[in-house]
Design a protein around this ligand. Structure first.
Ligand SMILES: Cc1ncc(COP(=O)(O)O)c(C=O)c1O
Length: 462
């Protein structure tokens, strides 16, 4: 059923011209990139949906903030502006800026995790999983079973399975659990939101077993939008009030600010209780890895843009427009019978490549097959979220089988227009039309030991 495109709550002041390659040129570019979409040049992508991370368009206020950025090494006014904004929105006692989300993970996780320890999440994102493993611990996902069925349309499909969480804690021993992480929205499950009720129940379990409870807060505002729209009792609350309530249930958070805080670079750690002894350790790790505590790997101008972006990210009109774009694309796919993780989540459409290519097994990476075809078809760059990204078992080194085989179209904020969305839908439908003629997938011919999908080389299986 066609739905109306939510009009942009802004007009365009500065433009970035796009290059149009021919199909033959794109085929040669992807071959040269060893069929790894990360190896393509950005300028060779007509619509770049690799990620919504750091690819957002900043506002005139943020660009003006860039000029106001205070570059003092210690105690810059831009730092205090950020701390004030974060305190106002999240109501925590301590904040540490870092250069991006994974820097926050690198600073925080080794304080709470080590060999023999486990970290539990609704679903770890690839970098959070990697930092759990780099700290010597093991990561366990406890997402609800319904999340694993892309055709199952239920709200809050990103939720933690509370029973499984508690069972995992008792089976592994509470003393061996270093951290519980709630990822909002649940990126790896398709940007699916987590309900306030589920956040609260997870917090209660953590309190019962005295476990630290952290939020992976990359898409905190989109999650709050879904709570406001779909959870009883929240429709008259502001996004800011809902965010305040979400974070009140946790002890700490790590945030990639490159998503909902609408900046091109930045991250944040928050600790609720400024007296918590881990604050000192966070500061010490930050000084070693990121830089002095009042800049944390960022320029003063980045801190300034982030302080402004935190407020723009929780603007209801901005969120309605953004999530409206994703729903517009999803509705077109519904009309064409293309399966995706449904209902559609916050930051993109996760097309079910396993359903489009049922004859291609997980270890030939159907999500990568669709990604390469979309690039050839229309110059659209996506990312694979499936067995290729999941990689090998850290102990047995064998290829793991992911719960999903997705091609993710992640939508940058305030960047693409309705016509771009129409092109995305047309390209996906065209690839679906010729899916049966694509017989085989890809094999990995070179891979690094960790986070292989960023760098690996692939070749088509003939
Ligand atoms: C849920 C989630 N957590 C953490 C990260 C890592 O953030 P960054 O890319 O800023 O290091 C991402 C990035 O995509 C993410 O989606």
């Amino acid at each position: 059923m066609a739905i109306k495109y939510v009009p942009e709550p802004f007009r365009i002041k500065s433009v970035e011209p796009l290059k149009m390659l021919t199909r033959e040129e794109r085929e040669s570019k992807i071959r040269e990139a060893r069929y790894n979409l990360f190896n393509l040049r950005g300028e060779d992508c007509y619509i770049d949906l690799l990620t919504d991370s750091g690819t957002n368009a900043m506002s005139q206020e943020q660009w003006a903030g860039i000029m106001r950025g205070d570059e003092a090494y210690a105690g810059a006014s831009s730092y205090f502006k950020l701390i004030e904004a974060a305190g106002d929105i999240f109501k925590y006692g301590f904040f540490q800026p870092v250069h991006q989300g994974r820097a926050g993970e690198k600073v925080l996780f080794p304080i709470l995790l080590g060999p023999g320890k486990f970290a539990i999440s609704n679903m770890f994102f690839d970098t959070t999983r990697a930092h759990v493993e780099l700290a010597g611990a093991r990561a366990i996902d406890c997402v609800i079973e319904e999340a694993k069925d892309p055709s199952r349309r239920i709200p809050f499909k990103g939720n933690m399975d509370i029973e499984k969480l508690e069972r995992t804690i008792t089976e592994r021993g509470p003393e061996n659990i270093g951290l519980v992480v709630m990822t909002v929205t649940n990126n790896s499950a398709g940007g699916q939101p987590v309900s306030m009720k589920n956040i609260k129940e997870t917090a209660e379990v953590c309190r019962r077993y005295q476990l630290p409870f952290s939020i992976d807060a990359a898409r905190f505002a989109e999650n709050a939008f879904f709570i406001r729209r779909d959870e009883p009792g929240y429709s008259t609350k502001s996004i800011k009030e809902i965010v305040g309530e979400m974070f009140s249930h946790a002890d700490m958070f790590t945030m990639s600010a490159k998503k909902d805080a609408i900046v091109n670079m930045g991250g944040l750690i928050g600790i609720k209780d400024a007296e918590n002894p881990i604050v000192l350790k966070v500061k010490a790790n930050c000084i070693s890895f990121e830089g002095f505590t009042s800049y944390g790997g960022l320029a003063g101008r980045d801190l300034e843009a982030l302080a402004i972006g935190l407020y723009e990210g929780i603007d209801l009109d901005q969120l309605s427009y953004r999530i409206g774009q994703v729903e517009y694309l999803a509705a077109k796919l519904d009309d064409a019978g293309v399966a995706y993780q449904s209902p559609v989540g916050g930051h993109g459409v996760f097309v079910d490549a396993a359903a489009m290519f049922p004859h291609i097994p997980y270890n030939e990476y159907p999500g990568q097959v669709l990604g390469v075809e979309l690039y050839k078809e229309a110059g659209i760059r996506t990312s694979e979220i499936g067995s290729y990204m999941l990689g090998n078992d850290p102990d047995t080194k064998k290829q793991l089988k992911a719960d999903f085989e997705f091609s993710r179209l992640a939508i940058p904020r305030r960047v693409y227009t309705q016509a771009h969305f129409d092109i995305m839908a047309e390209a996906i439908i065209a690839v679906k039309g010729r899916a049966a003629s694509i017989k085989r997938g890809y094999r990995v011919i070179w891979e690094p030991p960790i986070l292989r999908h960023f760098q690996a080389h692939l070749e088509p299986i003939e």
